[in-house]
Design a protein. Structure first.
Length: 438
């Protein structure tokens, strides 16, 4: 049953509304514990799925049912949502030729098209900052990117050949020395040291070639993908950058403990719409002493995103995964919010309760929930110094080229494209281009 719920939520966020209705209805029908928070969350998602699928009557009926829930927060949510559902339904009944402009403060994505939304908030042409579709990227891949990849494919094959040949040579050297040690009846411990010396020598031999291939791939492919997403050149990519500003931002975000070691690579910076942004892959480690020995533990590895926020504030508001409830944050109070779905996923701490609620509006909480389901990671978010910081954990490098499989496949390029779009798309996912103070 849990799989049906997860699949239903995923379909909802992928805008497969008919599939979402089917899966969520199935879950609600089979769930035996009708009082559980999971069941109520499924019903809340189903309200949205009904609405987006054009089933206004079902959405209204279910919302009215949730108003009678025993849980006060669910009641409050349903009471906020119902007036907008009924008003949208009445508009829909008056005209079937116009698209309903659903109230965005509800937390659902507005049905306003991109041009209408930007005309209300900005003088920018929405075409200038429009994200691309997978279909558009596939066309670009076939017409442009594939030619560049063909040139790199030969370089990759040469690198593989060099790795295999050098491994055989260094391997033969090791076995030759091993035979000598056995024949001369020398101490077998020498084999251990010889193995490691030869292994290190081999790595030192091939590393420059791998680094050269890696750099060439990123300069010729990753930069081109970014240029495809942002043809106006408002965003730029760099393989390496000074990690001092990002390290300072990482520390000031208060999302994790202060690291003793910090590194970053694959940096993207610039302006998307009216929002300045910067993100990169980072690894933050902390030295701890255990059993009289110093050990390094990774406190965060993944993508770290920074952007200027669209509201002005003075305090600090920290949003962490729900399982981190009880974590110690100096000078910060636990913030209670009236959104059961959001609170089931996140715990919020802040220096100012009122300001935290001002920042985390109903609409933004829903957008954060949507983004959490989109990335399927335990994200951390901080609102500090009129900026927003988002940490998305990953256990692997996201922009490294393949070595032992062909570059000419569409799937690896698609993954790089989707990662870049996901991070740039945070601006739209959280509606950061809407300037509140203007």
């Amino acid at each position: 049953m849990d799989n049906s719920l997860k699949a239903g939520i995923r379909a909802l966020h992928q805008k497969q509304f008919q599939e979402a209705v089917y899966l969520l209805e199935r879950y609600c029908k089979l769930e035996t514990d009708r009082l559980s928070i999971r069941f109520l969350q499924a019903q809340m998602h189903l309200v949205r799925a009904y609405k987006e699928n054009g089933q206004e009557k079902q959405a209204i009926a279910l919302c009215r049912q949730l108003i009678r829930s025993d849980r006060a927060k669910v009641q409050a949510w349903a009471r906020r949502v119902l007036p907008h559902l009924t008003s949208a339904s009445s508009v829909f009944q008056k005209t079937s030729t116009q698209k309903v402009k659903f109230v965005p403060s509800l937390g659902f994505k507005s049905h306003l098209d991109r041009r209408e939304r930007f005309s209300e908030t900005s003088n920018l042409d929405p075409k200038d900052i429009q994200l691309k579709s997978v279909t558009q990227f596939k066309q670009y891949f076939e017409k442009d990117l594939f030619v560049k990849l063909k040139g790199l494919e030969q370089q990759r094959k040469n690198l593989v050949l060099k790795i295999v040949r050098s491994a055989l040579v260094f391997g033969l050297i090791f076995f030759a020395l091993a035979i000598v040690i056995v024949l001369l009846s020398l101490n077998s411990k020498h084999l251990f040291w010889i193995f490691w010396i030869i292994l290190v020598a081999w790595l030192l031999f091939i590393s420059p070639s791998i680094e050269s291939y890696d750099k060439e791939f990123k300069e010729r492919i990753i930069t081109k993908i970014l240029e495809f997403i942002d043809p106006n050149g408002n965003l730029s990519y760099s393989h390496h950058a000074s990690d001092k500003p990002t390290r300072q931002a990482f520390i000031e975000s208060y999302l994790f403990r202060k690291p003793n070691s910090f590194s970053e690579k694959d940096c993207v910076k610039g302006i998307w719409g009216e929002t300045k942004l910067y993100f990169s892959e980072v690894i933050a480690k902390r030295k701890v002493r255990r059993k009289k020995k110093d050990r390094w533990i990774t406190i965060f590895r993944g993508l770290f995103f920074q952007a200027n926020f669209n509201k002005s504030f003075k305090g600090r508001t920290i949003v962490v995964p729900g399982e981190e409830r009880g974590r110690s944050f100096s000078n910060k109070q636990l913030v209670e919010l009236e959104d059961p779905e959001f609170e089931s996923l996140f715990t919020v701490y802040g220096t100012d309760q009122i300001e935290a609620r001002y920042i985390l509006s109903t609409s933004l909480m829903q957008r954060i929930v949507d983004f959490q389901h989109k990335v399927e990671k335990n994200i951390h978010i901080a609102f500090i110094n009129n900026s927003v910081y988002i940490a998305i954990p990953y256990s692997r490098d996201l922009f490294e080229p393949q070595i032992f499989s062909s570059l000419l496949s569409f799937q690896p390029a698609l993954e790089h494209f989707q990662t870049l779009q996901m991070m740039i798309g945070i601006v739209e996912d959280l509606n950061l281009n809407r300037r509140i103070w203007k």
